[in-house]
Design a binder for this molecule. Structure first.
Ligand code: GLN
Ligand code: ZN
Length: 755
């Protein structure tokens, strides 16, 4: 009999119960005991769902009070020593200090979990880091599941992935120097789980899919030989990419099972199957844990036949990765039309899919005939639906030429035309787009959405805000203005709502970090722009000033990256469709007299594939999509782009190839160090390196920004240097915004005076 399981389930709760409990605890509104109760309830509910769906195990250890990496550190007693916590008596308040900081301690750093939008807390490694054991939460959770009568599998972040994802803070030359300490710690942990009656432990080592050097690969051999000595059976889990190139290593490891992501890398099944070790479990990750589409169960059943014949009971079925990355339950989506709904499956539905597939493979197809029928219907409907397939878009895409992605002239010529048109002073000042999103703005937007504000009143409320933003910028004497983006709730959702092919959920929340959740839209069909999206706002804003007003759009790569995307066509195709829609918007803005248009691409870098060998092909189409969106304008229209957070040095040639006339980037927090690469490479177009951090309410001094500008000048020629903040100002308040911008303009003016 085939076994069905999941690598993990979202912990936030269908109504984001965990988020609200966490935040209430942080505010001091509930006690630690009450928060813990919420955690227990959620775990019990999620385990029950897994059991009801027909899974053979419930997943224990996927719950975390903030983040699974932080929970692992708490379990091992390896929280950064700088907090001075007692590892074994760590309270939830302590735990949250590590996650969020307090006046005495800065928080641990946070970064993206592989290529997902989930953020984990970065372990801090020093020579003193110890793994002498920490809290008993995991053992208690296992006991809970056992008491509830569940057959449990515990999931752990593996020791090598944990080491790899951390950062060396001091005293170590290599992260693997900690191996002699961390492996005994995991040994103790595994032995204890075994004593507690656990049969299977799933150890997640997603770094197996990355480009690893020999030292790391050898560490796998050493570590896993040591770990199996006294342990429940180990299912070694890889995901997000192929491990085909690790076949020999995997074969040599003494683990009882290996999980493969067959959604991201289906091709690895056949090749790995050829030399699959006798008796080893192969967990086939066939239900997409990173996307929201209903699976094609019939096709999967066929694809798995050979594996089943070969493996028999050793074939397990699962989602491709933890379901952490998808929303909890489609049942909450009461506003979706029936057709669209029939195409989707969220975490709860995916459990049922895994289980249905198991039944079919076990020869009980009639029991799950209804599930298969619905899946077949969804496949057929997606193949034919006119809401998905738009011949106008397809024809247009088929006919784009290389020329469509090129501006009329080279930058040198364009910038001359632009300088003539705009006659900006040297070191022109600008901002990134958004101005403070006050309560009033958010309330007006929400009221309009609810129907509580008439269209006219809404329009006037937004226009009043735009007037205010323009007036303030004129008073500040900023050179290139923005309208402030008051009408936008979110830079992707705002455009998605106006484009055909985009869908939205009421409650499709996915954990981003801690208590923060995002509700990504989903792209189900060919993307088409039925009418202009931003032109009236930009036109209005421009009518209020004689200075140039930047049009403001979200770029094709970011639109793609921050949405759930179609799985029935390559990402590239979807990106190019979005690019065409944006291209029309760009041209309409130009026609309406908007001379500068900014196309934001903050997610450009995060789209990079996990394996370096795939970078070039991604970057090529990502650049092409951006250029397609931006190249339809005349030479004297100035295209800006903006990126944040990014480390660019390794992809600079592609950033340059986007050929925006001006790029603004976040650099102040790195003390302009990010610019180093730009200098060596001689980035050819204009650059606005951010001169102040917008993440903090602190008002930077004129002298600080002068110093940063001087640093920038050592890399960027004066003629191409712009002056702007790091990013948009939507999270700031007005008083600090005015003060900071005043100082910024002052710094630019002082610099002009010295030339
Ligand atoms: N124009 C957007 C803003 O100013 C850019 C946001 C971003 O880069 N994430 O808010
Ligand atoms: Zn930004």
């Amino acid at each position: 009999m085939t076994t069905a399981h999941t690598l993990g389930f979202p912990r936030i709760g269908a109504q984001r119960e965990l988020k609200f409990a966490q935040e209430a605890f942080w505010r001091g509104d509930i006690t630690e005991a009450t928060l813990r109760e919420t955690g227990s309830e959620l775990r019990a509910r999620h385990w029950a769902l897994q059991k009801q769906a027909g899974l053979d195990f419930v997943s224990v250890g996927d719950f975390a009070w903030y983040d699974q990496v932080l929970n692992t550190l708490a379990l091992l007693g390896a929280l950064p020593g700088r907090f001075g916590f007692n590892a074994k008596e760590l309270s939830l308040s302590d735990y949250y200090v590590a996650a969020r900081g307090n006046p005495q301690h800065f928080a641990m750093e946070m970064t993206k979990w592989f290529d997902t939008n989930y953020h984990y807390l970065v372990p801090e490694w020093t020579a003193d880091t110890s793994f002498n054991g920490g809290v008993d939460w995991l053992f208690e959770e296992l006991a809970e599941a056992q008491a509830q009568g569940h057959n449990s599998k515990v999931t752990l972040v593996g020791p090598l992935t944990l080491l790899y994802l951390g950062k060396i803070k001091s005293g170590l030359t290599h992260k693997l120097d900690l191996l002699p300490k961390i492996i005994p710690a995991y040994q103790r942990l595994l032995a204890r789980l075994q004593e507690q009656g656990l049969d299977w432990v799933q150890i997640d080592e997603p770094i197996l899919t990355l480009d690893l050097d020999a030292a790391w690969l050898d560490a796998f051999v050493f570590s896993y030989h040591a770990l199996v000595l006294q342990s429940p059976k180990i299912l070694l889990a890889s995901y997000f990419e192929t491990v085909q190139d690790r076949a020999a290593l995997l074969q040599s490891l003494p683990v009882a099972g290996v999980h493969l992501d067959l959604v991201r890398a289906p091709q690895q099944l056949d090749s790995l199957l050829q030399n699959w070790p006798q008796g080893r479990v192969l967990s086939a990750g066939v239900i997409d844990g990173r996307n929201i589409w209903r699976a094609d169960l019939s096709a999967l059943a066929v694809k798995l036949q050979a594996a089943q014949e070969k493996l028999g009971e050793q074939l397990w079925l699962a989602p491709s990765c933890s379901l952490l990355h998808v929303p909890v339950d489609l049942a909450a989506e009461t506003a979706l039309d029936e057709e669209t709904r029939s195409w989707l499956a969220f975490a709860t539905q995916k459990l049922v899919e895994v289980s249905a597939l198991k039944s079919a493979l076990n020869g009980n197809a009639t029991d799950v005939a209804q599930e298969f029928l619905l899946a077949d219907q969804a496949v057929a409907s997606r193949r034919q639906s006119v809401r998905i397939h738009n011949p106008i878009v397809q024809k247009r895409l088929a006919h784009i030429t290389a020329q469509d992605a090129e501006r009329q002239s080279q930058f040198a010529e364009r910038i001359r035309a632009q300088q003539q048109r705009f006659a900006l002073p040297q070191f022109p000042t600008t901002s990134i787009g958004s101005f403070p999103q006050t309560r009033t703005i958010r309330q007006a937007r929400a009221a309009y959405k609810r129907g509580g504000l008439t269209h006219l009143d809404y329009l006037e409320a937004m226009r009043a805000e735009i007037r205010h933003v323009v007036q303030q910028q004129e008073k500040l004497d900023i050179d290139v203005l923005v309208h402030g983006e008051p009408e936008r709730n979110d830079m992707v959702e705002y455009f998605g709502e106006q484009l055909w092919g985009y869908g939205f959920t009421l409650n499709g929340w996915v954990q981003s970090y801690g208590s923060r959740c995002v509700k990504p839209p989903f792209i189900y069909g060919d993307v088409y722009r039925p009418e202009a999206m931003t032109v009236t706002w930009s036109e209005y804003a421009q009518s209020l000033t004689a200075k140039p007003m930047k049009g403001m759009l979200t770029g094709p790569v970011t639109m793609l990256q921050w949405s759930f995307v179609r799985d029935d066509q390559p990402r590239e195709t979807t990106a190019l469709q979005i690019a065409l829609a944006l291209r029309d918007e760009v041209c309409d803005l130009e026609k309406a007299g908007i001379g500068m248009i900014q196309i934001d691409e903050p997610a450009f870098r995060e789209g990079l594939p996990l394996k370096q060998r795939d970078w070039a092909s991604y970057l090529d189409w990502a650049v092409r999509a951006f250029k397609l969106s931006s190249a339809g304008v005349h030479d004297d229209t100035q295209i800006h782009t903006h990126m944040c957070y990014s480390e660019f040095n390794d992809i600079l040639p592609w950033i340059a190839a986007m050929d925006a006339d001006v790029i603004t980037i976040e650099t102040s927090r790195s003390d302009m160090e990010l610019l180093d690469g730009f200098g060596e490479f001689a980035y050819p177009n204009d650059i606005g390196p951010g001169v102040y951090d917008i993440h903090s309410p602190r008002v930077p001094k004129v002298s600080e920004m002068q110093r940063l500008l001087q640093k920038a000048r050592s890399v960027i020629p004066d003629a191409r240097l712009w002056v702007n903040p790091d990013c948009g100002l939507k999270t700031r308040d007005w008083p600090e915004t005015i003060a900071a911008l005043e100082n910024m303009v002052q710094a630019a003016k002082l610099l002009r005076a010295t030339i």
